[in-house]
Ligand binder design. Sequence first.
Ligand SMILES: C[S@@+](CC[C@H](N)C(=O)[O-])C[C@H]1O[C@@H](n2cnc3c(N)ncnc32)[C@H](O)[C@@H]1O
Length: 374
Amino acid sequence: MDVKKVLCMVGGTSQTSYAANSTIPKKAILKIRPMLEEAVREIYRNLHPEKMAVADLGCSSGPNTLTVLSEVIKIISNQCQKAGQQPPEIQFFLNDLYNNDFNNIFQSLDQVGQSVGAEEGTISVPHFVAGLPGSFYGRLFPLQSVQFFHSSFSLMWISQVPKDIGDKKNGMPLNKGNIYIGKTSPTLVAKLYQEQFHRDFSQFLKLRCDELVPCGQMLLSFLGRNKNDILDGELSTIWGLVAESLDSMVLEGLVEEENLDTFNLPFYAPSAEEVDAIVNLQGLFDIIHFQTFESNMDPFNDLDGDVVLDNVQSGANCAKVLRSVLEPMIASHFGSAIVDDLFSRFATHAAKHLLKEKLKLPVLALSLKKKEYT
Ligand SMILES: C[S@@+](CC[C@H](N)C(=O)[O-])C[C@H]1O[C@@H](n2cnc3c(N)ncnc32)[C@H](O)[C@@H]1O
């Protein structure tokens, strides 16, 4: 699988689009707004830039990237208002992979002007927006040219499925029956995924450090793992339900077994300890804040604990979220004919699981500041 070509969320604004199903990251962005505020304020206070470059990495095609953009503008506007200073000009770069539906974001851009301009008494901040296609595992900007990087719900996507996952052991695919690390995966599979994430995340930090101005900052949030057991993480449960759904289609002859055997996700959900260790080992950034929290996979269930009032409806809600993320990858590997059936089976499997416990998405959020002498 060539991740750069295949990975994208469902574009447009239809019911199945990512734009219509991106409430979970939105809630996370609002939850960590104080981290955003502190980072942007500090950059402005310390660097006093006349021009500021801000990039959202993995912006996708939904409204969340515009929420980030307008929040940054509001923070700068308030700061300048209080200090009685001229606002800087801000250049926003919205980055994602090549197949992303950038046009969908561009078409909503006038709403940002309206929402920012709507607040009385705020200073207007000149801003310019550009789309930037490319992988954040490669260089995206000139050296020392960016003040602030933001990325939400993107860094758990790794640059490639670890190479040796496709190997066979005694004639059997190494990760038989799974599409990610699962309870029945050999520990080697977990190790290969873990090593790929470590390489990718280290590379990401190195590249962003090169591109940031001294004392520039980043706010990163992405899916992770709370459970200690790497074979039984929260995301392993969710991807396990997709694997079960695909497997049931193999049994009915609707999907070829070999197609399932060769499908593994370019994804890794790290623990907070792993992320902390990589950042510290690299020594390029200081961690200013590191927060972990859990979101429900059903965006309409805000009840605490494991309470699920209607497991069938909740299973369908989870399937909708998942489809908006996974459909292009599934269609590219298995063909688009299986998509409706697959996500309807997932909804059923999820509903059954929800009788035991909720499907949870652990989120890791960290703000990082480039060290002065790097
Ligand atoms: C779940 S969406 C998150 C979108 C948005 N940031 C939000 O919070 O709603 C993840 C996005 O990351 C993008 N992505 C994954 N790997 C990437 C890479 N290597 N370079 C750039 N974008 C990437 C995907 O294409 C996808 O649009």
